[in-house]
Design a binder for this molecule. Structure first.
Ligand SMILES: [Zn+2]
Length: 228
């Protein structure tokens, strides 16, 4: 769903939340991998100053990274479109379960890896409103067509300016919201290392590219620096 669709009105939001609710119930809890843990260790060792992530799963925090910018938000948070209050998705999930005890119980639901589901009968789903102002709730993530808040972007640019180097781990840099920091670093002659399996949008820029998996590479770096 795009940002514009979500904001278009209650029907679109009902469809989103109904499907998301079913997906959330069926998704197992994700756990950090070796790449997440290596980056947390590198922060602990003073090598990583700031971690900018395009992921919305909160796994860097779970792995122990403390200075994290969640560029595209967090899927475990909910934001009110009217008053801006942020609350927990787990609490909203409980409210939705109470309001819709039998919803989708007998449906043959197929869950995609991102938690989305194929399920069209969403008209009966009851969507809870903001507890503070009764406004409309949205997952605290940037949908396609949405934009990252300016102060967040400025903080990232400032961190790149202060950095000795920029490391890109596991991104094809397709989305401009992350790619712009690479371009910024290149413009300022700050060295950029990209670790990614497969092509990236930065491949034609003057960067160092390592076509490799993040977990083995970052684990090796953290081990070599005696951070792990
Ligand atoms: Zn509100």
């Amino acid at each position: 769903m795009t940002e514009q669709e979500f904001r278009s009105g209650p029907v679109a939001r009902q469809r989103y939340w109904a499907r998301s609710h079913l997906g959330w119930q069926r998704m197992g809890e994700a756990t950090p991998n070796g790449g997440h843990r290596a980056l947390a260790a590198l922060e602990q060792a003073g090598v990583v100053d700031l971690l900018i992530t395009q992921n919305v799963d909160g796994l860097h925090g779970k792995a122990g990274s403390r200075t994290v910018v969640d560029l595209h938000g967090r899927i475990d948070e909910v934001v009110c479109l009217d008053c801006g209050q942020i609350s927990s998705r787990a609490a909203l999930h409980e409210r939705m379960s109470r309001l819709n005890p039998d919803f989708g119980a007998d449906a043959d639901v197929v869950v995609a890896p991102d938690g989305d589901v194929e399920f069209s009968d969403t008209a009966a789903f009851r969507v809870p409103a903001c507890r503070r102002c009764a406004g409309a709730l949205k997952p605290n993530v940037v949908f396609f067509g949405g934009s990252v808040a300016r102060p967040v972007v400025d903080r990232c640019f400032a961190a790149v300016d202060d950095a000795e180097a920029l490391l890109v781990a596991g991104s094809s840099l397709t989305v401009m919201s992350g790619f712009r920091f690479v371009r910024h670093a290149v413009k300022r002659s700050i060295p950029v290392l990209v670790i990614n399996r497969g092509p990236t949008r930065a491949d034609d820029l003057p960067i160092v590219k390592l076509d490799a998996g993040c977990t083995p590479t970052l684990t090796a770096v953290a081990t070599a620096l005696q951070a792990l």
